[in-house]
Design a protein around this ligand. Structure first.
Ligand SMILES: NC(=O)c1ccc[n+]([C@@H]2O[C@H](COP(=O)([O-])OP(=O)(O)OC[C@H]3O[C@@H](n4cnc5c(N)ncnc54)[C@H](OP(=O)(O)O)[C@@H]3O)[C@@H](O)[C@H]2O)c1
Length: 258
């Protein structure tokens, strides 16, 4: 019988590497007609993506560095309104030194621009996301729909740029093409599960970064939908494992969608 040979990844005596350096070295060529799309999520070993409704409780120091690094690479950060509301989103910070100088060299904006997807426009215009923006940064973009309530549209018009990308649901192919047209070459999707599902279903994700948090949360069915929320795909997406890093019992897996 054929015996499969495996590679022992951990523990190893491999070099200690900086997460930013690893990511800065990787190629992310935009596919035709849209930016390169990275998706970053953290999950417990048993697949939970939140503890008491928040993802941060699954994280750790290394995970936060991956989060900051991927933000530091991106021209824009795409996020669902559910995640913005749950996690109390704020404007993206200035990336760390090596990423900041790489951005300057590449002619990127100093900070990534936030793009929120919402049909209801149930977003508070006085929230820090809108009020704490640095004056030199462009306002967040809100990708919305023609049927969005007019009063909420008016309330947000002074603090965000709103674009319609569908009648009742945002069309993500159109959205990504639009983001490409206004200068994005790399977009980071930070979830949540409903957004992730639609992007993967439409074949619009190039890179999936998954942090496996060394926790078992329990309570299947009560801790949220997991990484994706939606119908099963007719054909499962294939992934190629590109990098695995480890820090403090956390695993950081980078997959490429094939
Ligand atoms: N573990 C992790 O890494 C991680 C990452 C992110 C989020 N999370 C967790 O995920 C939870 C939120 O998940 P979620 O699935 O509710 O949120 P989500 O995917 O962030 O947001 C869903 C919302 O986005 C808008 N939306 C999505 N697709 C749309 C479309 N095609 N057209 C128009 N609007 C669209 C809608 O907003 P409106 O309702 O405003 O119309 C919808 O209610 C939170 O508890 C958060 O902590 C975990």
């Amino acid at each position: 019988m054929y015996r499969h040979v495996v590679r022992l990844l951990h523990p190893t005596t491999g070099p200690e590497v900086d997460i930013s350096d690893i990511h800065l070295d990787l190629e992310r060529p935009p596919p035709p007609g849209r930016p390169w799309v990275m998706l970053n999520m953290v999950a417990s070993v048993d697949g939970a993506t939140t503890i008491q409704g928040l993802s941060g409780r699954l994280g750790g120091a290394g995970d936060r560095q991956v989060f900051r690094t991927l933000r530091g690479l991106a021209d824009m950060i795409l996020v669902g309104a559910g995640t913005v509301r749950a996690e109390g989103y704020r404007p993206p910070r200035t990336p760390d030194d090596s990423l900041a100088s790489a951005r300057a060299t590449a002619g990127q904006w100093v900070r990534p621009r936030l793009v929120v997807v919402s049909a209801s426009l149930d977003l508070d215009p006085t929230a820090p996301l809108f009020t704490e923006r640095l004056p030199e940064d462009p306002p967040p973009l809100i990708a919305t729909v023609r049927s969005a309530p007019a009063d909420r549209r008016d309330a947000l018009a002074d603090v965000a740029d709103l674009i319609n990308l569908g009648d009742t649901r945002v069309d993500f192919t159109g959205l990504l093409a639009t983001l490409g047209d206004i200068g994005a070459r790399t977009v980071l999707c930070e979830g949540g599960p409903r957004l992730n599902h639609q992007l993967l279903a439409a074949g619009l994700v190039d890179e999936l970064c998954l942090t496996i948090s060394p926790r078992v949360v329990g309570g299947a069915g009560t801790t949220g939908p997991g990484l994706l929320d939606g119908e099963a795909f007719a054909v499962p997406s294939g992934l190629r494992l590109d990098r695995v890093l480890a820090h403090d019992d956390f695993l950081f897996c980078r997959y490429l969608v094939v």
